[in-house]
Design a protein around this ligand. Structure first.
Ligand code: FES
Length: 98
C-alpha cells in the first residue's frame, strides 16, 4: 500500500495540521471549494499558518491536494513563509547605536 493510499483512507476528522487543529475533511472541503495550491488551502483553512510554520503539515497538505486534484507534487509551490511577529520591548533597542 502506498503512503498516499494510507493517508486518504482516514476519516475526515483526522487532524492534519496539529498547530491549527485542521482536519482532513476541512482540507478536502477547501479543495472542493476551489483551492488548487497550498496557499489557497492555507487562506481557506489556516492549515500551515500555525506556530511550526507548516514544518509538520506541509507534506501532508501537499499530498492531499495531489490526491484530490491530480496536480503533480512537483508543480505545487511551497507555502508562503512569514516570520512570526511578536512584540519587542522598547528596552531591547536601548543599547542600539545608529
Ligand atoms: S502543523 Fe500545520 S502549521 Fe504546524
Amino acid at each position: 500500500m502506498k503512503i498516499d493510499d494510507e493517508l486518504m483512507k482516514h476519516d475526515d476528522e483526522r487532524i492534519i495540521c496539529r498547530c491549527e487543529e485542521i482536519t482532513l475533511g476541512q482540507i478536502r472541503k477547501a479543495i472542493q471549494d476551489g483551492a488548487r495550491d497550498l496557499d489557497s488551502v492555507k487562506r481557506m483553512t489556516r492549515a500551515g499558518a500555525g506556530l511550526c510554520q507548516n514544518k509538520t503539515c506541509y507534506n501532508l497538505v501537499a499530498r492531499i491536494i495531489h490526491m484530490e486534484t491530480g496536480i503533480p507534487l512537483s508543480q505545487l509551490e511551497p507555502f508562503t513563509s512569514r516570520p512570526p511577529v511578536r512584540p519587542v520591548p522598547v528596552k531591547c533597542w536601548s543599547n542600539v547605536h545608529v
